[in-house]
Design a protein around this ligand. Structure first.
Ligand SMILES: Cc1cc2nc3c(=O)[nH]c(=O)nc-3n(C[C@H](O)[C@H](O)[C@H](O)COP(=O)(O)O)c2cc1C
Length: 210
């Protein structure tokens, strides 16, 4: 039995294109893998710890090989709890809106919590950086109001799919797939509807063999 972690990074729930497509993926996944556990988390509802001065200080205390103060220890426990929930999963699906050519701040906060040496990556003189979350597939459903086709003039503005691939690749993921829903705004509602249907079909196809 595998555990699928479903992370929603849009606060729009019912209106969200990325969540609609990721929901279709999860529905089909459930049909294909009826015994698997699915854990869903909306990052705008989940009580994520702030990655603030105290958490950063706790991180540097570890980096410098020192012992945490009581305060730092508590802050770091909250960070560890989020990492543990993440690494306990076997497979991942993310619903990600494009915000200002990148990702929403709550997903960035989640990533800042997850990316910790000794937990999700390691560094050594001889081997350099190595990701520690290995052998797990990840699907990112990326929605954006405009269009950013590969080879087109707007491609360089797409820091959404590129960042997802880079940061989860850094953590060790090699099997990163993506389904893009675009344009959800620029072409009007009919175009959005048609593009969303194409993405739904693609997501369901992926779910059967995920
Ligand atoms: C704060 C904010 C910033 C946005 N920035 C961009 C952007 O840079 N490029 C773009 O194409 N669309 C942008 N959009 C539009 C969203 O990408 C689009 O509505 C998408 O469908 C959102 O995903 P969702 O439907 O899953 O919430 C932005 C929307 C919001 C709310």
């Amino acid at each position: 039995m595998s555990k699928l972690l479903y992370i929603q990074a849009s606060p729009r729930i019912q209106r969200s294109h990325s969540i609609a497509v990721a929901d279709a993926f999860v529905g089909e996944y459930q049909r294909a893998h009826p015994d698997d556990e699915i854990v869903a988390l909306n990052l705008f509802d989940a009580p994520l710890p702030n990655f603030d001065g105290l958490a950063v200080q706790a991180k540097y205390t570890i980096l410098h090989g020192q012992a945490h103060t009581q305060e730092e220890q508590q802050a770091w426990k909250n960070v560890e709890r989020v990492i543990e929930q993440f690494t306990a999963a076997d497979k991942y699906v993310f619903a990600v809106p494009m915000w200002n050519f990148g990702i929403p701040y709550r997903l960035k906060q989640y990533i800042d919590i997850l990316v910790q040496p000794g937990y999700t990556f390691s560094y050594s003189e001889d081997k350099g950086y190595e990701g520690l979350v290995v052998g797990k597939p990840l699907l990112a459903v990326c929605a954006r109001g405009g269009e950013y086709p590969v080879g087109g003039g707007a491609e360089a503005f797409d820091l959404q799919t590129k960042y997802i691939e880079l940061i989860f690749g850094f953590m060790g993921f090699k099997d990163i797939r993506s389904v893009v829903v675009e344009p959800t705004l620029q072409g009007g509602p009919d175009v959005a509807k048609a593009k969303r249907q194409e993405a739904l079909d693609r997501a369901k196809e992926i779910a059967a063999n995920f």
